[in-house]
Design a protein around this ligand. Structure first.
Ligand code: NAD
Length: 454
């Protein structure tokens, strides 16, 4: 798409916004209902696109993309009137008579840039917030998931109002052209490096940003944990979408006294979920492209593989791999893994993982497995992260009552459920007064008698 065509699209949306197209709440509900229909009527096509881009298993496509988006849209549609209601708030004596309100109002024309690992969810879930709050939006899906990107464009054009919502496809330079336009909010999901580029571009127009970024998510397993359950939940969270998920546990700190048992349980969980040869499993996905598969292959020898350790670059396959004996300075501990590799690191006292966690920028997600509530509380109190889950991984994302987002280098702002609506709303202060009681005390000249009244 040319720069001119992009500018033209932004102009079309801005005109629709200025003319008040998105103001009507029933219209917004209609758009959300259309989005729900879009997901329901195209389940097979969406699953097929995800299979083509990521070898995504059908079950994962249904739960983490189709159902999640459908439920978010239905939740927003049902709550839209309540969320948009002006909130009456108090008015101090000095400015009475008067009525004060906090009124959620749309930003205007917004830009949503998505990553490739959940190509539908990562742009449609923010879009739901944008629609509910009354914004127009341009979606820029990731070029690394081309089948999903093309289908998104086709479906959004077919189901949603093209005067308010558009999909612009293309590589990074299309993002660059888009970012040169004036938007009223930019919602970006992707890596930290590009997050900085987005924020810099937004600064030129004083555009607010929501950044959903990544990093390394730590997981602690102490000696009191149910090791079999912990292992299953860790393996599930780490190897979902072949490890290409921003909230996966990236490395496990385990109490040294139970390390051997945890490694056995992790190995058993991998074999139970994906069989003796995970390459043949219909439930284990592929890496997005050979470049990323090769990047991951280079991390496989960062420790001793307890299970896995194989890669087939041509097939974009990297085996679900558990590593032990990993040196502290290994790349697999420094870089975001974003693939099916899980280093396990023994510790003697809890101070060690806490110090290691706090030596890094706060993670998007932190996990801890323990039966000891004091240990759980200590871990929560002594660390920072976008989210924290005790005794499970990843599932917090399915709760629309919890905000989803990072802190520090893992991002800023949050969304899901009501938080998506808030992310796309400005909280406008509205004070309504009449003309009565126009006390002269606040007006100059400030005579001594007036000053004595203040
Ligand atoms: P990516 O390469 O697909 O990039 C994301 C988007 O940025 C794409 O739409 C791409 O076109 C655009 N982009 C790329 N280079 C750009 C540039 N120079 N200028 C402007 N735009 C540009 O995705 P990625 O960054 O490889 O995605 C993986 C990262 O995303 C990981 O770090 C992961 O943790 C993070 N992620 C975060 C979340 C979250 O919700 N916090 C979710 C998924 C992924």
């Amino acid at each position: 798409m040319t720069a001119n065509a992009i500018a033209q699209t932004v102009l079309t949306l801005r005109r629709a916004f200025n003319e008040g197209l998105t103001r009507d709440l029933d219209w917004r509900k209609g758009q959300l209902a259309a989005l729900e229909r879009m997901m329901a009527e195209n389940e097979a096509a969406i699953a097929e696109a995800l299979k083509a881009d990521l070898g995504k298993p059908f079950g994962e496509a249904c739960t983490a993309e189709i159902d999640l988006v459908s439920k978010e849209a239905a939740h927003a549609r049902k709550n839209l009137r309540r969320w948009n209601k002006p909130q009456r708030t108090g008015t101090p004596l000095a400015i009475l008579p008067g009525k004060s309100f906090v009124v959620p109002s749309p930003f205007g024309v917004t830009l949503i840039i998505g990553a490739w690992n959940y190509p539908f969810q990562l742009v449609l879930s923010p879009l739901i917030g944008a629609i509910a709050a009354g914004n127009c939006a341009i979606i820029k899906p990731s070029e690394l998931a081309p089948a999903s990107s093309a289908l998104l464009k086709q479906l959004v054009e077919q189901y949603l109002d093209p005067k308010a919502y558009a999909v612009i496809e293309g590589p990074a330079d299309v993002s660059t052209t888009l970012l040169a336009q004036h938007f009223d909010l930019i919602f970006y999901t992707g890596g930290e490096r590009v997050g900085r580029i987005v924020m810099e571009a937004a600064a030129k127009n004083l555009t607010p940003v929501v950044l959903e970024l990544g990093g390394q998510n730590p997981c602690i397993v102490d000696e009191t944990a149910d090791l079999a359950v912990a292992a299953r939940r860790i393996v599930w969270g780490r190897f979902l979408n072949a490890g290409q998920i921003c909230v996966a546990p990236d490395h496990v700190y385990v109490a040294a006294s139970v390390e051997a048992r945890l490694l056995d349980e992790l190995k058993r969980a991998v074999a139970t979920m994906f069989g003796p040869d995970p390459k043949q499993s219909p439930d284990f996905g592929r890496i997005v492209n050979p470049r990323h598969a090769a990047r991951l292959q280079a991390l496989l020898d960062n420790g001793r593989a307890v299970t896995g350790g194989q890669a087939d670059i041509e097939d974009c396959y990297v085996a679900p791999t558990i590593l032990t004996e990993v040196p502290a300075n290994a790349a697999v501990l420094r870089e975001e893994i974003f693939g099916p590799i899980l280093p396990v690191l023994p510790y003697q006292t809890l101070d060690v993982p806490l110090a290691a966690i706090n030596a890094r920028s706060p993670a998007l997600a932190l996990y801890a497995f323990t039966r000891n509530p004091q240990t759980a509380d200590r871990i929560l109190a002594e660390t920072r992260s976008g989210s924290a889950t005790i005794n499970d991984t990843v599932v917090f994302m399915a709760n629309p009552n919890l905000p989803f987002g990072g802190v520090g280098a893992s991002g800023m702002g949050s969304y899901h459920g009501h938080y998506s609506f808030k992310a796309f709303s400005h909280q406008r202060a509205v004070l309504k007064r009449g003309f009565a009681l126009d006390a002269s005390v606040r007006y100059p000249p400030f005579t001594p008698s007036k000053l004595s009244m203040l």
